[in-house]
Write a protein that binds this ligand. Structure first.
Ligand SMILES: Nc1nc2c(c(=O)[nH]1)N[C@H]1C(S)=C(S)[C@@H](COP(=O)(O)O)O[C@H]1N2
Ligand SMILES: [Mo]
Length: 527
């Protein structure tokens, strides 16, 4: 038989891989959202990526790191599909083997997820079967190569059909049939992928969030005027939910319905507890304003935000369970299998401020920030305290268990370091010479910010003006009036906390327990 033309071989490869991915995604949406083969391969890639590369991705793409990874994977898969198609111009076997191999990678990635059971193999298997079937079917329909063999030969070939003229008509009909078939499959794949998103329960969860509307109003003290210097360029004191920084390993946001949610508290406890969402609502709810920050934040970086969190005191729940002596780690797990280790001593005292949070800034938790329930512990970096989509809490020891990021080289104990940042001027900004107001933020959760100083062009340190203090667990804004001669300038900032500790000038990278160093801005004053 004549070989497939290059373009039809390419189309066969691409369309069948799209069909396989969409089928897997749709079946996953209907059965187990974490079983989507494409996302599972992405998750596995995230888990296996050396942390240096992950840090690079966070630095290079910021909060678009996930989109960058998925786009990169899509390019690799599309490349494999094209190669599979082109290898199969003379027969479907090579492409079939590639399709089976890709399918098995999907099955393996899904089964490797910490939350997968054997049933989870359904979705990637469906993808595999659909991929192979569509590949073989389109391969049969695909137009064959006819790039002008000698007239006599063409005539000879076509005697088996019906004569030259009819032969061309048949070829045209073949090509149309192939175009219609592959177009239909591509459309179907698009519809299945969209259906998979909608069916993923996201709409359902958004409906529950809306029906919960405002979480119970527990009347937190309002943020006093003068808590920020937003007019001088600092962030607003409370970060709107839509602007709150987001860092997690979840490629698709876990979707958990309130009626399905349970928290199991177990391990080194006197009695195991299983809590429902209603159980939380029946408890005393409190509201706390807390600044949450990420250990991956570079000096001057954006991964800190502040919200009013509403929830129950973690201490109360743990006290009900009864912590046995010797337990020094609270190991928590999210519905998608991410784990976190928090020192028990950080959540033990009633005034630790640690919450099982259900609300954020007067709304039920946004899905991206852990709906329906997350943990928040003031004073610890998020990776060691702030489990989103929380479902499991086990009292254990640091000797017995290493959490997700600890397994990847980050510290077991990670209290937030005293830090400060310049928000105005921006690096390399041009500002008018003369009087200029610089401004920024500082934080030292649990300890409180006592003093912020700035230094222009290596001169003497000068005290900045601090904003009204809201609490020791939140950031505090600063502003400082400068008198700028025309020319290039360097501005440095450092904070001192209430224990008397001043930020060190020594530069340290975020790994393993948070960056250090003074945020330094180079800018220009023009005459
Ligand atoms: N389930 C889950 N919870 C998680 C994470 C995660 O990857 N998965 N990342 C943690 C990290 S590293 C940080 S800094 C905070 C960020 O919370 P946010 O996205 O609400 O700002 O969530 C923490 N909780
Ligand atoms: Mo983080």
């Amino acid at each position: 038989m004549a070989p497939l033309s290059r373009w039809s071989a390419t189309a066969v490869g691409l369309v069948s891989v799209a069909a396989a991915l969409a089928a897997g995604h749709l079946v996953a949406a209907l059965t187990d959202p974490f079983a989507s083969p494409f996302l599972a391969v992405g998750d596995t890639a995230v888990d296996l990526t050396p942390h240096a590369v992950k840090d690079f991705a966070i630095r290079a793409f910021g909060e678009h790191d996930k989109a960058a990874l998925l786009a990169g994977m899509a390019a690799v898969v599309a490349g494999a599909a094209v190669v599979a198609g082109l290898l199969s111009r003379r027969g479907p076997l090579p492409g079939t083997l590639v399709a089976v191999a890709l399918g098995l990678v999907g099955v393996a990635a899904v089964l490797a997820r910490p939350t997968s059971d054997a049933f989870a193999a359904l979705a990637p298997s469906a993808g595999l079967v659909v991929g192979v079937a569509v590949f073989r079917w389109l391969h049969r329909l695909a137009p064959r190569h006819r790039n002008g063999p000698p007239a006599g030969k063409a005539a000879h070939e076509q005697t088996t059909v019906d004569g030259p003229a009819t032969g061309r008509a048949v070829a045209g009909a073949d090509r149309r049939r192939f175009l219609v078939a592959s177009g239909a499959v591509a459309l179907g794949a698009g519809a299945a992928a969209v259906g998979g998103r909608l069916g993923g329960g996201r709409a359902d969860v958004e409906a529950t969030r809306r029906s919960l509307r405002a979480v119970p109003d527990v009347g937190a003290p309002p943020i006093p005027p003068g808590a920020d210097f937003a007019a001088d360029g600092t962030p607003a004191f409370i970060t709107p939910n839509a602007d709150f920084y987001r860092v997690d390993t979840a490629l698709s946001v876990p979707v958990v319905r309130v009626r399905d949610w349970r928290l199991r508290v177990h391990g080194m406890v006197d009695r195991e507890l299983v809590l429902t969402y209603d159980d939380l609502l029946d408890r005393e709810l409190v509201e706390r304003t807390i600044s949450l920050c990420c250990v991956s934040n570079e000096v001057g970086g954006p991964y800190i935000s502040t919200a009013d969190f509403i929830g129950v005191r973690l201490h109360d729940v743990l006290a009900d369970a009864g912590i046995r002596p010797g337990a020094d780690q609270l190991a928590t797990r999210s519905v998608d299998g991410w784990t976190c280790g928090t020192p028990v001593e950080a959540v033990l005292r009633p005034d630790s401020g640690a919450l099982l949070a259900i609300g954020m800034n007067g709304e039920p938790l946004p899905v991206e920030h852990g709906f329906p329930v997350r943990m928040v512990v003031p004073g610890l970096y998020g990776f060691a305290s702030a489990t989103k989509w929380l479902v499991d809490a086990e009292l254990t020891t640091f000797a017995a268990f290493d959490a997700y990021w600890v397994q990847r080289g980050w510290a077991r104990h990670a209290p937030v370091k005293t830090m400060s940042r310049v928000d105005r001027p921006r690096a390399f900004q041009q500002v008018p010479a003369g009087r200029f107001v610089a401004a920024g933020v500082a934080w030292a959760q649990r300890r409180g910010v006592d003093r912020v100083e700035v230094r222009l062009d290596g001169g003497p340190w000068r005290a900045a003006t601090l904003s009204r203090e809201v609490g020791v667990d939140t950031w505090r804004m600063w502003r400082a009036e400068l008198d700028l001669p025309a020319g290039s300038h360097t501005l440095e900032v450092r904070a001192t906390d209430r224990t008397g500790h001043t930020q060190t000038a020594d530069r340290a990278e975020p790994v393993p327990d948070g960056a250090t160093g003074w945020h330094t801005i180079v800018f220009t004053a023009r005459p």
